[in-house]
Design a protein around this ligand. Structure first.
Ligand code: ATP
Ligand code: MG
Length: 755
């Protein structure tokens, strides 16, 4: 168990001690709409771990209330993942869909109490009526329906009499509540898609807010742990159980921070996109952050569980450095796995003064690994070394084989280069070398000094293998989607060579290939005839070097109190609960990026302005950028009530960008004019003639002129200097005073330069 108790364990312990509960009962409630990912692992380790540590139980419940996305194969994948991590639900395996009848009865009970009603507003109207964070909502006229009418309609909804979206069932709570979730939340909606378990028996499906608390109650859950986004749902959770006056004991909801990891996307929706789009080979592609992916790649369950314990459970959202996960797997494998030799890019070495063959004894484990075991390494006149381990014109500090510098073959002899054999094109194809008979590892009396030892494999007895070198799937720290994929996330090496013991003896499932990394035979594609090895992780963190802030792999060790890294570059104080609410709404409901949502959420005047503007806008993203940049600057210099422009005008400006009437760049200019004169954006654009030019017939001749004026750059571009494309585009934009549509310019310039 954790040495340091997290706050959830502290709560459970207190409840056991005070006698509030006799036994702790938790649950892991996934929706079977995708393979579980490493974020789910955190929740699994937490829920099953607490049940184990306090001798309670943890239920596995499929939260299957959405017929459109759920499938049985996902149920199986979830069960597999949990077992693989080392946890078990015993006989406590449940489906929310098994409670549909009981949930329906509870809903009828609420209707009879006057606490729920059938609403017939459209989805759009429901959203409008709900109000905003700063303005109260209003109740629908349908809320006045009688109990009888509600009961009748609800029954008919169930039977499938109405179209999807025609009606919903809502709780009657408070349309003016400061907590938006309490503004008459939806309890049921109509769906005609058949459900993967209940088929066409139902035409209505309960919403999360209604199903979750009652499922917890039905199963006798004591502690219902969920992620922070559900903080505001807790009030609904309690309201439903309270209003229905269910017999105690009642479950309680507690929130913890969800796991986010750098260079990783963590949402089943986005992972499904990768699978569907063919960007990966499937849910278990070894680059996927799914438990199945890590498993196939070669991660051990211990390393994942250790990682989850290492990062701990906190109350504030944060982003964990992926280096910590990579550390966890290295840390687990380092004291366990055999060291063997593999050559990724074979270069033949003929040892001219060696005849015959021999077998060298070599331990599988280095001295600091307390494990026993060794193998025989065949050695003969022809061996392979890695191309990178020989250099004809070495840079300073090169420690391996050169025409003048001998090197040790690990576990074997020292060799020196005699001759470099090249093909007609000048490529090195073979090294002829001499070995020193008295330099054998363990009984070296040669006195020759070498600067390093390299791996090698006997040419005849070595085994050809395919090696898959995996790297991070995304190239950016905070990836949004496929546009951020790392093009080098998989490099396949077809003709690597490993020493024979790896295939013939199989001393373990996982290996360290000396100097390269940790490897695992791919459980799907590898066979004895055609072995395929996945790189689990490299030996060192190669990304730490690339980033400006250097962190040596040693420092990546978990500190006694792990300090997860905040998402922002600069350290910022945590969000207040109010700011967090805004942030969650911006990111989850409106789909804004974290950075812009953070800027807006931290400033009350800004988020207020944005919310108001949103009611006039269709695309919150464009608007958010305008507010977070332009409006923010104005607000810094003047009080909100002295501004000469209002939310609606800014929303209209955003709309002009979205409709491509003006470019983002011109929008800034228009905004400045708005701030000064208070005129509306359309007037300014009209008066100043700022409308974006997208017409190819207008832009074309300008481009042609610029091409004619710059013959040298055209020649350079045609000779292969692609960077000059930017030069031409820039010239065109300049010539049109920034009014040309950059997209159109880009396309036209590329096209015209091709001629
Ligand atoms: P996603 O957004 O990735 O689809 P989800 O929350 O919709 O995830 P569920 O299947 O509903 O997925 O989640 C099952 C359980 O796992 C929930 O209790 C949820 O809180 C938890 N969980 C999901 N993602 C994370 C995460 N990133 N960190 C911690 N717990 C998570
Ligand atoms: Mg979900």
């Amino acid at each position: 168990m954790n040495e340091k108790k997290d706050f959830l364990r502290a709560i459970v312990e207190a409840d056991l001690k005070s006698g509030k509960i006799e036994e702790v009962v938790t649950r892991f409630p996934p929706e079977p709409n995708g393979y579980p990912h490493i974020g789910h692992a955190k929740s699994i380790v937490l829920n099953f771990g607490i049940a184990r540590d306090y001798h309670g139980r943890c239920h596995l419940r499929m939260d299957d209330t959405n017929p459109e996305t759920e499938e049985m194969r996902y149920v199986e994948a979830i069960k597999d993942a949990i077992h693989w991590l080392g946890f078990d639900w015993g006989e406590h395996f449940y489906f929310t869909s098994d409670y549909f009848e009981r949930l329906y009865d509870y809903a009828v009970q609420l209707i009879k109490m006057g606490k729920a009603y059938v609403d017939s507003l459209s989805e759009e109207e429901i959203r409008q009526y709900r109000g905003t964070v700063t303005e109260p909502g209003r109740r629908s006229v349908y809320a006045e329906r009688s109990v009888e009418e509600n009961l009748d309609l609800f029954e008919r909804m169930r039977q499938g009499e109405f179209e999807e979206g025609a009606h919903v069932l809502r709780a009657r709570i408070d349309m003016a509540s400061p907590n938006m979730k309490m503004r008459d939340p939806l309890l049921y909606r109509i769906r005609h898609t058949p459900h993967y378990r209940t088929g066409s028996a139902w035409h209505i499906y309960p919403m999360y807010d209604f199903a979750h608390c009652l499922s917890d109650y039905i199963e006798g859950i004591t502690h219902s742990f969920c992620t922070l986004e559900f903080e505001n749902n807790r009030e609904v959770y309690d309201w439903i159980l309270e209003t229905l006056q269910v017999k105690p004991p009642r479950p309680h909801q507690y929130e913890f921070a969800r796991l986010n990891i750098t260079y990783t996307v963590m949402s089943k929706r986005k992972l499904l996109e990768l699978v569907k789009g063919g960007y990966v080979s499937g849910w278990d592609d070894p680059r996927m952050p799914t438990i199945a992916g890590y498993r196939r790649r070669g991660y051990t369950p211990e390393s994942i569980v250790n990682f989850c314990e290492m990062i701990g459970v906190a109350k504030a959202n944060s982003v964990v450095d992926v280096a910590q996960l990579e550390f966890a797997i290295r840390d687990d494998l380092n004291p366990k796995v055999p060291r063997v030799m593999c050559v990724l890019s074979p270069l033949k070495v003929t040892i001219v003064n060696y005849e015959g063959e021999e077998e060298l004894d070599a331990s599988y484990y280095p001295p600091d690994v307390p494990k026993e075991g060794s193998r025989k390494l065949p050695f003969s006149k022809e061996i392979y070394i890695d191309r990178d381990d020989f250099c004809e014109n070495p840079p300073k500090g090169y420690h391996r084989l050169t025409p003048d510098q001998p090197v040790r073959l690990k576990h074997a002899y020292i060799i020196a280069c005699e001759e470099v054999v090249k093909d007609d094109a000048g490529n090195v194809v073979e090294i002829k070398a001499r070995y020193f008979p008295d330099s054998r590892s363990g009984s070296d009396t040669s006195g020759i000094k070498v600067k390093s030892a390299i791996q090698w494999v006997d040419a005849k007895k070595g085994k050809r293998v395919e090696v898959r070198l995996y790297d991070r799937l995304f190239k950016t720290e905070n990836p949004q989607g496929v546009e951020d994929l790392n093009p080098d996330s998989l490099r396949i090496v077809q003709n690597a060579v490993v020493e024979p013991s790896v295939i013939e003896e199989k001393p373990d499932e996982r290996f360290q290939f000396e100097r390269i990394g940790y490897f695992y035979a791919d459980p799907v594609d590898s066979t004895d005839e055609n072995p395929v090895f996945n790189r689990i992780v490299s030996l060192k963190d190669s990304w730490a070097k690339k980033s400006k802030k250097k962190e040596s792999p040693k420092q990546a060790k978990p500190r006694p109190e792990p300090k997860p890294r905040p998402a922002q570059k600069e350290e910022r104080p945590p969000l207040s609960p109010d700011q967090q609410r805004h942030f969650d709404r911006f990111t989850e409901e409106l789909g804004l990026g974290a950075a812009v949502a953070d800027t807006l959420a931290r400033d009350e005047a800004l988020s207020d302005f944005f919310e108001k503007a949103c009611t006039f806008a269709d695309n919150p993203a464009t608007l958010a950028n305008l507010v977070a940049n332009e409006v923010a600057r104005e607000l810094k210099n003047s009080a909100p009530d002295t501004l000469r422009f209002g939310p609606e005008a800014v929303a209209r400006l955003a709309k002009m960008i979205d409709e491509e009437t003006i470019s983002t760049k011109i929008a800034k200019q228009v905004f400045e004019a708005m701030a000064k004169s208070g005129e509306n954006p359309e007037t300014i654009v009209e008066a100043k003639g700022l409308k974006q030019i997208s017409d190819p017939d207008v832009i074309g001749p300008i481009i042609e002129q610029i091409i004619a004026d710059n013959p040298q750059n055209v020649a350079k571009y045609k000779a292969g200097n692609q960077k000059l494309l930017g030069f031409f585009v820039g010239q065109v934009l300049k010539a049109t005073g920034g009014k040309a549509n950059p997209k159109v310019v880009n396309e036209l310039v590329a096209e015209k330069l091709k001629r």
